[in-house]
Design a binder for this molecule. Structure first.
Ligand code: PEP
Length: 247
């Protein structure tokens, strides 16, 4: 049976000192974890965190990747550079990238392709805004977002991780109910099944105010294969509780 994945998204938080304390606290507590674990950290800290997690079973992820392979793209970080630092996962299309950096579905699809080509697993984030949910457009939006990635990545699509993150639930303390989340995950699974015979292997994570209190119920849904965790991933006790609820 596939193992669930709990991935922390530190966003733009951390320092050399606090990262060390956080990772050491996690390392001390993950001993009996049944699931896969990753922390997606700001790029400058990839090398530090890679060293800190060595031998703990925790993987390192990045939060973004350039759509370009190399060249005159000041400030960008390529998928090959991430691979050089032993990065296993890379978030692509997080709603904060779509919202504040104008990332389109096509750009997100191309970023996923760059990551896959470099041997980094893209965690492709999809999700509807509150306005889209309230006007009954949730399925249409997430299917459009995933379709772009399926179209660009063809048979490699079974190598991605998907994260369903309703935008209205990110950092707000509002969580989709387990049933609401499962409904969308089932739609995404069906879309993947239409694209690849290996769809059941694809991990579909839920993200959006997942915490120690709600994780177990969310993670017990049939098509929820893990969590993408923002705020709670910065608090070792909370993140460890979520990890303990996963299998
Ligand atoms: C996220 O940043 O992907 C996220 C889900 O954040 P939070 O858990 O804080 O809602």
């Amino acid at each position: 049976m596939k193992k669930q994945l709990i991935a922390g998204n530190w966003k733009m938080n951390g320092s050399l000192v606090t990262n060390e304390a956080l990772v050491n606290a996690l390392a001390a507590g993950v001993g009996s974890a049944q699931c896969q674990i990753a922390v997606c950290v700001p790029s400058p800290y990839l090398a530090q965190v890679r060293g800190l997690v060595s031998g703990t079973g925790i993987d390192v992820g990045a939060q973004d990747v350039s759509v370009h392979e190399s060249g005159a793209y000041t400030g960008e970080v390529s998928a090959g550079m991430l691979r050089d630092f032993g990065v296993r996962y890379c978030l692509v299309g997080h709603s904060e990238r779509r919202q504040y950096h104008g990332e389109t579905d096509a750009v997100v699809a191309d970023k996923a392709q760059r990551a896959l080509a470099a041997g980094v697993t893209p965690i492709v984030c999809v999700g509807e805004t509150l306005a889209e949910r309230e006007t009954g457009r949730t399925e249409e939006v997430v299917k459009r977002q995933l379709a772009a990635v399926v179209h660009t990545n063809g048979h490699c699509i079974s190598e991605i991780v998907v994260a369903y993150e309703p935008v209205w639930a990110i950092g707000t303390g509002k969580t989709a109910s387990p049933e609401e989340a499962q409904q969308v995950h089932a739609v995404l699974r069906a879309q993947l099944r239409a694209a690849t015979p290996k769809a059941d292997r694809v991990l579909i994570l839920y993200g959006g105010s997942m915490n120690a209190a709600n994780a177990a119920q969310l993670l017990s849904q049939p098509d929820i294969d893990g969590g993408l965790v923002g705020g709670a991933s910065l608090k070792p006790a909370d993140f460890l509780s979520i990890i303990a609820a996963a299998h």
